[in-house]
Design a protein around this ligand. Structure first.
Ligand SMILES: *[C@@H]1O[C@H](CO)[C@@H](O)[C@H](O)[C@H]1NC(C)=O
Ligand SMILES: *[C@@H]1O[C@H](CO)[C@@H](O)[C@H](O)[C@H]1NC(C)=O
Ligand SMILES: *[C@@H]1O[C@H](CO)[C@@H](O)[C@H](O)[C@H]1NC(C)=O
Ligand SMILES: *[C@@H]1O[C@H](CO)[C@@H](O)[C@H](O)[C@H]1NC(C)=O
Ligand SMILES: *[C@@H]1O[C@H](CO)[C@@H](O)[C@H](O)[C@H]1NC(C)=O
Length: 606
């Protein structure tokens, strides 16, 4: 790499240069000391002039790749003109993943087409043949055990075609390889053509198996198209879990086949719903992109709208809300009602049919003792049926009663006792968690801060964790308060640098193996389909690299590639937030303050 940085790049082009006065290119880029420097094109340098993306490809340790690869990265110094109209895939035929691979390849071709500015020609250049060797092409379900690794090699065949060879154990690895391949193809706006790296050898696999986005679609409705855009962004960033917080107390947009009245009453409108077809379509859309959809049905709190006629929800929109819950409208299941569990079983059954989950999220967020304690029928049941009092301990028992019965109903619908995810709460505090949530069944998702002692205590007790600590990974922080003035509760805004620096390995120390990964979380009280892209992107991509590679370097080393990836997301139609003036992208290394010591120290706990 040092040699490459020191030398002027020698890049071979096979092209015909046509100049016309009005589009005569003015600028070229030169890789000097690891950064691309903007320079005037002269008569002498015209033929060898590098476009900015061509320079980026070979300059810097990982070129234009996001996330950075983890094992081997070699890309030579040569580019070839690529013919977009002649690209083919050879993938194992008549296997369970064959159709997925064909769709993934179609998406790959679309991504390449998207690189070409409208009105520009896509003709001429070399053919590309992608040869995929997949060890187990019948695997189409992503689990924590799925091998997502891949090897990608590119070389030139004697007949002039470009040979991209992919070796992987699964479709999921092969799909990631296509993503990497797409990042090795650029549009050269000096020569107006697509170009592909001629020689490459890349070996890559993720560090963490759970690399996710949590999206709340109940506080505000998020249209399916907007969800799909985020799944596209996840695919481009090699993320793999879409955690769908599909219901909450504000609305119930999920159409339960067996309990449609919940949606009829609980959706914001009859069009702001997710039908069975919508859900199935989204699951397949995500699968093609290497993403699994993980459903959450949050309970016993975070319920309300939709349940009006059942009598199963206590404190429904109780006022003043702050006496009974953390945000309006309040609502919490009444665990003493036997009929509740029949309804839950139906909803679980519908969700299991659709999502075919290998893990299920049961929520368990923000349960309020005061809601239950203020409901006369509940406290009298506790006293007469259970001889319980009204202390905090008694309400933990009531919650446990609910959780045990709900879990039993879920397991009637799943073919095996799949792991359950629950949020950190009073139930996951060290003194309670082993009694109520056995580490063999439960995975704990941490929303509390990276410094929360609970994290280490849970790890010591053998729990597997998913980190969504709000001090780094809540994407909704840093806006105005909506139930009071000032800023919202988890302000300030978490910049991409903060997201990038949130290292599970540093947080978990010697227990790193028990961390499955992380999720960036977008709660949608203050976002809807109109603004969701910019709230998520490009910050979620910062998390993608942290989880894929767990780099030992900080965000500064990734800054140039982050800007490139943000442009890539924009090119895919995702309205990602701008991070810096475009000037910084075109003048690498000139924006960071010299000797800047601002790089956030990553959190270290153990
Ligand atoms: C560059 O080449 C053009 C056309 O060949 C010529 O007109 C022009 O004077 C040259 N410019 C310089 C600075 O030599
Ligand atoms: C393509 O490249 C792979 C990996 O280098 C190689 O094994 C394969 O033989 C090549 N294909 C052809 C047709 O040469
Ligand atoms: C429940 O309410 C009773 C009566 O007001 C009170 O004595 C008790 O402390 C409350 N329990 C909790 C956990 O707050
Ligand atoms: C743990 O459970 C006990 C009752 O067993 C309860 O008093 C306590 O509040 C719980 N811990 C937390 C932090 O909620
Ligand atoms: C899970 O918890 C049990 C006790 O509740 C403990 O004996 C066991 O070691 C824990 N598992 C792990 C992997 O730590």
């Amino acid at each position: 790499m040092e040699i490459r940085r020191a030398c002027l790049l020698l890049i071979a082009f096979v092209f015909s240069y046509s100049s016309s006065a009005d589009s005569e290119p003015v600028w070229r880029w030169e890789c000097i000391s690891g950064t691309c420097q903007k320079t005037r094109i002269t008569n002498e340098t015209r033929d060898s002039a590098l476009s900015l993306p061509a320079c980026q490809l070979f300059c810097g340790e990982y070129g234009r790749l996001w996330p950075q690869p983890t094992k081997e990265y070699y890309t030579g110094n040569y580019l070839l003109h690529l013919n977009l109209n002649s690209i083919d895939l050879n993938y194992p035929q008549d296997k369970k993943s064959t159709a997925l691979a064909n769709l993934a390849f179609r998406r790959f071709a679309q991504q390449l087409r998207g690189l070409v500015p409208s009105g520009k020609s896509t003709r001429g250049g070399r053919s590309l043949v992608v040869n995929a060797q997949v060890e187990d092409p019948d695997i189409i379900r992503l689990t924590y055990a799925t091998d997502e690794s891949y090897i990608l090699k590119i070389n030139e065949l004697s007949d002039g075609r470009v040979n991209a060879s992919i070796t992987s154990n699964t479709f999921f690895g092969a799909r990631h390889a296509l993503e990497t391949l797409s990042q090795l193809i650029i549009y050269d706006d000096i020569r107006n053509e697509l170009q592909i790296v001629r020689d490459a050898s890349i070996s890559d696999s993720p560090v963490y198996p759970h690399r996710g986005l949590l999206l709340d679609t109940a506080r505000n409705f998020i249209p399916i198209d907007a969800i799909k855009r985020s799944i596209d962004g996840m695919a481009a960033s090699k993320m793999n879990i879409f955690h769908w917080h599909i219901t909450d107390s504000h609305s119930f947009p999920f159409v339960s086949k067996s309990r449609p009245e919940l949606t009829r009453l609980g959706a914001y409108s009859s069009s702001q719903v997710y039908t069975e077809d919508d859900v199935r379509d989204l699951i397949e859309y995500a699968r093609v992109r290497g993403v699994k959809v993980l459903p959450e049905f949050d309970a016993p709190a975070h319920v309300g709208e939709g349940w009006q006629d059942t009598g199963y929800v206590a404190c429904l929109n109780a006022q003043p809300w702050m006496d009974y819950c953390v945000e309006p409208p309040c609502g919490q299941f009444d665990p003493t009602k036997d009929g509740l569990y029949d309804v839950l079983e139906d909803i679980y059954g519908d969700m299991v049919d659709l999502f075919e989950p290998d893990v299920f999220h049961m929520g368990g967020d923000e349960v309020s003792n005061s809601c239950w304690n203020s409901t006369e029928s509940i406290v009298s049941w506790m006293s007469t049926e259970k001889s319980w009092g009204r202390t905090a301990t008694d309400f933990v028992k009531l919650w446990d009663y609910f959780q045990s019965k709900a879990l039993e109903r879920l397991y009637r619908k799943t073919s095996s006792n799949i792991p359950i995810i629950m949020w950190t709460s009073g139930l996951t505090e060290s003194e309670n968690v082993t009694a109520y949530l056995p580490n063999t069944t439960y995975i704990i998702q941490v929303w509390t801060t990276a410094f929360d002692l609970q994290i280490i205590e849970l790890l010591q007790r053998g729990y597997r964790l998913i980190l969504s600590n709000y001090d780094a990974l809540y994407l909704d922080c840093g806006f105005g308060g909506w139930v009071q003035g000032g800023n919202n509760w988890c302000s300030p805004y978490k910049g991409w640098d903060v997201v990038y620096s949130n290292s599970p390995a540093l947080i978990a120390g010697t227990y790193k193996e028990q961390v499955l990964g992380s999720e960036g979380a977008l709660w949608t009280e203050q976002v809807d389909g109109a603004s969701v892209d910019g709230r998520i992107w490009p910050r979620l991509a910062a998390l993608a690299e942290r989880l894929w590679a767990e780099p030992s370097t900080g965000w500064k080393a990734a800054e140039e590639r982050m800007l490139i990836h943000r442009e890539r997301l924009i090119g895919m139609g995702i309205a990602a937030e701008a991070l810096q003036p475009q000037w910084c992208l075109q003048n690498e290394g000139d924006c960071p303050a010299p000797g800047r010591a601002l790089e956030s120290a990553a959190v270290k706990r153990v």
